[in-house]
Design a protein around this ligand. Structure first.
Ligand code: UD1
Length: 345
């Protein structure tokens, strides 16, 4: 039994992590400020956990929350694409300054185990192969190509169409949004801190997380919540591009299990993809949800967002080999359940 501090433990993913830690007989303290981007209601935590309501940038509160803790599971963060550049200071403040305050307080308190919620957004585009040039990294897509309905990125050398591959943890980092840049910075700060203190840091690069308690449609929501909210409102899910973009939708209970498994990791910094290993296209996902909900089928709009990457699917091998983590919920079963699951306020 370990006493674990879960930051962001009242949020969508954090509350599932808290529940899984309690079920594994750990003691849990939650530090959560109830950030308005994630909470419309005052934050609450599963029975058995202690909630300290404070901002992670508040060093005194973090020190108090760490009292007795032997490990930290750091979920507190502002996620998603956000509302635009005016969000920049809040992203950097919550995600990077917040992490810095946490790491300093952990060093002071002698807490040497950290599980960090990272994201597949650190990779930018996924991995691609050109028939002539092997594994390549496509440049950001040209707005003119997107407007003309040419959604697949081409080979940077010969422009031939590429096939998608599973990205592994050694792929270079290439953040393409403010959120992604803050997640890269969190990983780097935590890696340096691990070297300096001899601590163990496990960075879990979540793919597209979904499941019960997901926030409704906001500028910070992922596509599964947006489609669910559309169906609830009697509207057809609006699928961007041609619907062929690949993602790995991983159920939140599997993500929580990965966090519990990661607590046992030993010294140094190590990153892991947390994914179902069963990619689906966004169009397929919209179809599955609509069918299970009994609502309107998806509309393929051809619209696009400049910041979106085309395909990003993971190799879940390293997490399986080293953490013993394998997702158990298939997207087919999980999305069917999610179609009618409760969302948060
Ligand atoms: C998402 C999250 C990111 C998180 C990551 C891994 C957002 C905005 N992005 O990244 O924070 O770290 O998962 O968990 O929360 N789409 C539509 N219709 C819509 C909205 C989106 O077709 O109404 C498409 C997009 O064009 C994109 C795909 O769905 O191709 C996924 O979009 P989204 O969930 O927003 O972002 P990700 O980049 O996958």
């Amino acid at each position: 039994m370990t006493h674990v501090l879960v930051t962001g433990g009242a949020g969508f993913i954090g509350s599932h992590v808290t529940t899984a830690l309690l079920a594994a007989n750990h003691d849990v303290t939650v530090l959560d400020c109830g950030h308005p981007a994630a909470h419309r209601e005052p934050p609450s935590v599963p029975a058995g956990a202690v909630l300290i309501r404070a901002d992670i940038r508040d060093a005194g509160a973090v020190r108090a929350a760490l009292r007795g803790a032997e490990a930290v599971v750091h979920q507190a963060a502002l996620v998603g694409l956000g509302a635009g550049p005016r969000d920049l200071p809040e992203y950097v403040g919550c995600n990077d300054l917040g992490t810095a305050v946490l790491l300093a307080a952990m060093a002071e308190a002698g807490v040497r185990r950290l599980v960090l919620a990272s994201s597949m957004v650190v990779y930018g585009e996924g991995a691609y192969r050109c028939p002539d040039h092997g594994v390549v990294r496509p440049a950001p897509r040209d707005p003119a190509d997107l407007a003309a309905g040419r959604f697949e990125p081409g080979c940077p050398s010969c422009a031939r169409p590429l096939t998608g591959e599973r990205v592994d943890e050694d792929a270079p980092m290439d953040p393409r949004s403010v959120y992604a840049a803050t997640k890269v910075a969190q990983e780097h700060l935590a890696a340096v801190w691990a070297r300096e203190t001899g601590a163990a840091v496990t960075a879990l690069r979540y793919h597209n997380v979904y499941g019960p308690g997901m926030p409704r449609d906001t500028p910070y929501s992922g596509v599964a919540a947006i489609f669910r909210s559309a169906l609830e409102g009697g509207r057809a899910p609006q699928v961007y591009e041609d619907g062929g973009q690949l993602r790995d939708f991983v159920h939140v209970t599997d993500v929580a299990a990965a966090n519990v498994a990661a607590l046992d990791a030993s010294g140094g910094f190590r990153a892991y993809n947390v994914a179902s290993g069963r990619p689906v296209t966004v169009g397929e996902m919209a179809g599955l949800l609509g069918e299970a909900f009994g609502g309107p089928g998806p509309q393929i709009t051809g619209r696009f967002r400049l910041g979106d990457v085309r395909h990003i699917v993971a190799s879940p091998q390293r997490a399986a080999a080293e953490l013993g983590f394998r997702a158990v919920v298939t997207p087919a079963a999980g999305l069917r359940e999610f179609a009618c699951a409760p969302l948060r306020g």
